[in-house]
Design a protein around this ligand. Structure first.
Ligand code: ZN
Length: 501
């Protein structure tokens, strides 16, 4: 076969895998949204069967041989084709080194540890989880060593989520961020000691039907295409992509408008990215999201940079009043305080923008320590308490509010946490580049016109797929490699608003 013919065969196969994976995701989405509770067992079986089929197809020796052949002849392909072959070969190169027995043992351990984590939280005792966490750390080290024994184990694990990043590249970024956050947290504490922030403007009684309608309109105005997607409800909001069909979920609190709205805007950000991928390249790496960090940058940009800004609320407040007449006399300033409320907290998922990244930096350092042996599993609760005291001036009284709060490590996701803060760093950098490129962006947001910003993101991020890895993608879009400066500037401005209130 000529390289062109081989490449065409390769794309046909990639698209078959993508279609099967889409069917799998549809079943998973249904399980989290509309599936009747009584059929869980049969659904689990169906999902298992389809997942096995997808895996079988992806690791079929004929397909692997096709990819190897193309990779060997990459110089004869055009640059676009090279991207697809390079990224596919890279990902397969990781997967094929793990034999079936190891993959099965790993996923059984993760499933078991997840159950133990639930129990450990219930009895509020880290000692219950500790032996399983030790087994997970050992397992992940083994997996990393099998994939690439020549590189630090933590980097190999991290690249599953953020290809092209390493602990050595992240550490200075996070160090710079942490050094810049410390004085901000001190200022926040001083502000809160002076007087409590009055942040109740969006609390009260908000009918669920009105919230559903309002949230849908917000997602639509931000640019989400409802002819190619849906917005539903789930216990833990998430989004997923079924081919061209993007499913968002959110969750409402009848007494707090912020809860549903920010979950919706966050997931809409993920959804806009998926809807903005290059449709002509579907099923191939060029038509696929770049990394977890870049994905999170899209959700955080819309949620935090746009959705908590004065410009955006100049538009959203009159809209919200149409659905919730009780907001008739609520001022813009009061709403801005409500949506930018900040206070140090023990729980990551409840943290505000100012303190959130300190929670992540702590986890990034601890998980690296676990993998390279500098931190013993048994010492986690005490190290956790020490660092929380240092960073936020708070000490968890229980493991549940400390080291047991997140499921990530117990489900084997070591190397995942940094993508949250990378997302925040990328988001601030992208927003500041977009502001420079689009002269009157704030005025556009205030008039409910999100199109120019979305177009800018489409051009600089969405349509690029996996042509470049995250650091290079950010450099191209913003003119500099990832840097914490714009995020610190953004947080400094927020804090100034709180200080004036
Ligand atoms: Zn997200």
């Amino acid at each position: 076969m000529t390289p062109r013919e081989s490449y065409d065969q390769f794309v046909i196969r990639l698209r078959q895998h993508a279609d099967l994976a889409a069917a799998l995701r549809l079943m998973e989405w249904d399980q989290e949204t509309f599936m009747p509770a009584g059929i869980l067992e049969s659904r689990a079986r169906q999902i298992g069967a389809l997942a096995a089929l997808v895996h079988e197809r992806q690791t079929d020796p004929r397909f692997l041989a096709l990819v190897d052949d193309l990779a060997a002849r990459a110089a004869e392909l055009d640059p676009e084709q090279q991207v697809d072959v390079r990224e596919t070969a890279w990902r397969l190169g990781r997967e094929r080194r793990l034999d079936t027995a190891l993959v099965r043992a790993r996923s059984e351990l993760h499933a078991q540890a997840r159950g133990v984590w639930i129990e450990a939280r219930r009895v509020d005792d880290f000692a219950v989880l500790a032996p399983f966490l030790q087994r997970i750390v050992d397992m992940e080290r083994r997996v990393a060593g099998t994939i690439d024994p020549s590189r630090p184990a933590y980097d190999v694990l991290l690249e599953e989520y953020e290809p092209g990043m390493s602990a050595a590249a992240i550490a200075p970024l996070f160090e710079g961020l942490r050094a810049g956050l410390r004085p901000l947290v001190d200022r926040l504490r001083a502000r809160l000691e002076r007087a409590p922030l009055s942040s109740g403007a969006l609390c009260g009684d908000f009918a669920l039907d009105a919230q559903r309608h309002f949230n849908r309109i917000v997602a639509e105005q931000l640019g989400f295409d409802f002819t190619r997607g849906r917005l539903d409800e789930a216990v833990h909001p998430f989004s997923t992509t079924i081919g061209e069909d993007v499913r968002l979920t959110t969750r409402y609190d009848p007494h707090d408008l912020r809860y549903g709205l920010y979950a919706t805007i966050h997931e809409t950000g993920h959804g806009l990215y998926e809807q903005g991928l290059d449709r002509h390249a579907w099923g191939t790496p060029r038509g696929h999201a770049c990394s977890f960090g870049i994905h999170e940058s899209q959700s955080r940009l819309w949620e935090n940079q746009v959705g908590r800004s004065a410009g955006c609320w100049r538009h959203l407040l009159p809209l919200a009043r149409q659905f919730f007449p009780q907001l008739a006399n609520t001022s813009l300033d009061a709403v801005l305080l409500a949506v930018n409320d900040a206070r140090p907290s023990l729980i990551r998922t409840e943290a505000d923008e100012v303190t959130y990244n300190l929670h992540i930096i702590l986890r990034f350092e601890l998980e690296q320590g676990l993998v390279d042996g500098r931190v013993a599993v048994g010492d986690l609760p005490s190290v956790w308490r020490e660092r929380m005291q240092q960073d936020l001036g708070l000490v968890p009284q229980t493991d549940r509010d400390g080291v047991l709060q997140d499921v990530h490590w117990a489900s084997g996701a070591i190397g995942y946490f940094p993508t949250y803060t990378l997302g925040n760093i990328y988001a601030a950098q992208l927003m500041s580049a977009a502001e420079a490129a689009l002269a009157d962006l704030d005025e556009q947001l205030a008039s409910g016109d999100f199109g120019a910003l979305l177009h800018w993101l489409r051009e600089h991020i969405h349509r690029c797929g996996q042509r470049e890895r995250a650091p290079e993608l950010i450099r191209r879009a913003t003119g500099s490699l990832p840097t914490p400066g714009p995020l610190l500037t953004h947080l400094d401005r927020k804090l100034a608003v709180l200080e004036r209130a």
